[in-house]
Design a binder for this molecule. Structure first.
Ligand SMILES: [Zn+2]
Ligand SMILES: [Zn+2]
Length: 571
């Protein structure tokens, strides 16, 4: 290994001149759903998830194709379509300096045809077009260029709001449920409960690339799933790391990619925060060298690539192409959503979707439909329900403990009911749906119940009151009922061989328990630090409560309103 003090140039770090490692990255699994399976995307994805998630990414080959290709849709259905590109430098960072490669430099505005022309020209300038290049040749050429490049650039149309799935009622793919415009609103999609469209998260975005246009290592917002469809053009190479190796991945970035000093200021979250800027591209051989599992996909037109929750991924294009992507969730995302929510709160990152409200609403739907005979009839639905029930139960346990602790420590504190939905904690930005503290004098500075120590009085001198959601008693009933169900399942499973859905559920339970423990420890540490620092400065800048989630994926913006209080009672 190269000593840190001797690092003078990026290429000395990874011994990149030898590109034979490109042959050593195994392929991710490829699925070929039947037309019948293709009719229920989220059920199908839930079915393959336990196996496919072990690879971080997987490929799904569409059994049907679009009758109207992307170019046709753009010409006929979006006549004035133009998009802006970003300019991407074709070089690696200088790892021993805080050298953040700017991927956000604005490019030019193009029509689809204009961009196609410059993309094809860039390709033929580099490769003789008659050459028969394999995807491995292009992969080697990409990393060779990244290692030795200094001034080369490519342009990439990213995060373009819109879709090129056809609206034509005769287009088979356009009318299918795998049309990414419809995915978020399907009955099994938790994101259907987000009451407005969020581009990139609930509504798809377009990606129009050229040879070597790339996407840097990242995980999805809120650890969501992503689904990417390749409409047309050159292939895309993807690299994916399973979520089970996410912290190993972050440690490797922290210890072996950037100089540790650069990332150390945020402790173990340093790499996560740095990577969240989506500017870190490094070759996957550094992962191979440190035993971080990494898999590869070469995505061609007509193929979907799925990225799993908290799975780091990166990649690049082999030529002019058009892809479309959106986030999605299924039941087994909830434990990841909970972990993301905790991490966001720890790092004071504004949430984009209200996790707590989603888990409560999904749990209530399961609870209310539990008398239905078809309830939990299918294994894949059962796995999904179990994940939601477990995540919800843990959340409610946390609230139960926090509320009783608060009750004991503040004998005179009062409580009110509220129906305003989610608010944002003024200390950690966590979204609170079940309960939170709020000053009754100024109705400002809500504080979540996840802090061990909170100020007794508001900055205005008013007293903090516990506000609980109106459906608190129903939520408590649901949590109790899930606990009883769970106990019954445990008894049965002790007698019987554990079926696959049950295995999924218990795995999730372990993960959740670990997460909760981890969070408690973290909160204790955080509280100690805060005590040392006296008070959190964020209280000063806190705004009035009532958060509406009206956000674009890349620009978090909060809409704040005064709370409506429906009833009051003293405790
Ligand atoms: Zn908080
Ligand atoms: Zn106040």
């Amino acid at each position: 290994m190269v000593e840190k003090s001797s690092i003078t140039h990026k290429s000395s770090k990874f011994d990149l001149d030898d590109l034979n490692w490109t042959n050593m990255i195994p392929e991710c699994p490829v699925y070929h759903p039947s037309e019948q399976e293709f009719e229920h995307p989220l059920v199908y994805l839930q079915k393959i998830a336990p196996e496919a998630s072990k690879y971080g990414i997987c490929k799904i080959v569409s059994p049907i194709s679009a009758s109207n290709p992307a170019e046709f849709v753009l010409m006929k259905e979006k006549k004035d379509f133009k998009f802006e590109t970003i300019v991407q430098p074709l070089r690696l960072s200088k790892w021993n300096e805080k050298d953040i490669i700017t991927f956000s430099k604005r490019g030019r505005k193009f029509t689809y045809q204009e961009f196609e022309a410059i993309a094809n020209k860039a390709f033929s300038n580099r490769f003789c077009s008659s050459e028969d290049l394999s995807s491995l040749d292009i992969e080697k050429a990409f990393w060779h260029e990244m290692i030795h490049g200094e001034k080369g650039t490519v342009e990439y149309g990213v995060n373009i709001e819109g879709s090129v799935f056809s609206c034509d009622p005769d287009d088979k793919l356009g009318t299918s449920k795998f049309n990414l415009k419809n995915l978020a609103r399907l009955p099994q999609s938790p994101l259907r409960l987000v009451d407005r469209g969020i581009p990139g998260i609930t509504d798809p975005m377009l990606y129009i690339g050229m040879l070597f246009s790339m996407f840097a290592w990242h995980v999805e917002d809120h650890y969501l799933y992503s689904i990417n469809y390749h409409h047309s053009g050159g292939s895309k190479t993807w690299y994916g790391v399973p979520s089970s190796a996410a912290s190993q991945f972050e440690k490797t970035v922290l210890n072996h990619v950037y100089c540790k000093k650069i990332l150390a200021e945020h402790g173990e979250n340093g790499a996560f925060q740095f990577l969240a800027q989506k500017t870190t591209m490094f070759p996957p051989n550094v992962l191979l060298q440190h035993d971080v599992p990494v898999y590869k996909a070469v995505q061609k037109p007509g193929e979907f690539v799925i990225t799993f929750p908290n799975s780091y991924h990166a990649g690049f294009s082999h030529g002019f192409n058009c892809g479309e992507a959106v986030n999605f969730a299924i039941g087994d995302w909830f434990p990841f959503g909970a972990a993301a929510s905790k991490r966001y709160a720890h790092l004071k990152i504004l949430p984009i979707i209200p996790y707590e409200e989603l888990v409560c609403k999904e749990a209530m739907l399961i609870y209310n439909s539990s008398k239905d005979r078809s309830y939990k009839s299918k294994l894949e639905v059962m796995a999904s329900y179990c994940a939601i029930e477990q995540s919800f139960w843990h959340l409610m346990q946390y609230y139960k403990t926090s509320l009783s602790r608060l009750n004991n420590s503040r004998k005179s504190s009062s409580s009110s009911n509220t129906s305003i939905g989610s608010v944002t904690c003024s200390l950690c930005h966590r979204d609170c749906y079940v309960a939170y503290l709020l000053c009754k004098k100024c109705y400002s500075h809500p504080i979540c119940l996840f802090h061990d120590v909170v100020p007794k009085t508001c900055l205005c001198g008013g007293k903090y009151t516990v506000f609980k959601t109106n459906d608190m008693s129903e939520l408590e009933d649901a949590a109790k009922s899930f606990e009883q169900n769970d106990n019954r399942h445990e008894e049965k499973s002790a007698r019987r061989t554990v079926n696959s859905a049950r295995a999924v559920s218990s795995k999730l339970k372990t993960r959740l328990t670990d997460n909760v423990k981890h969070n408690v420890e973290k909160n204790q540490k955080k509280t100690k630090n805060r005590r040392r620092n006296n008070a959190s400065p964020s209280v000063m800048s806190a705004k009035r409560p009532r958060t509406l989630y009206n956000l674009r994926k890349h620009e978090s913006k909060l809409i704040i309103e005064a709370p409506a209080i429906s009833s009051r009672f003293e405790i």
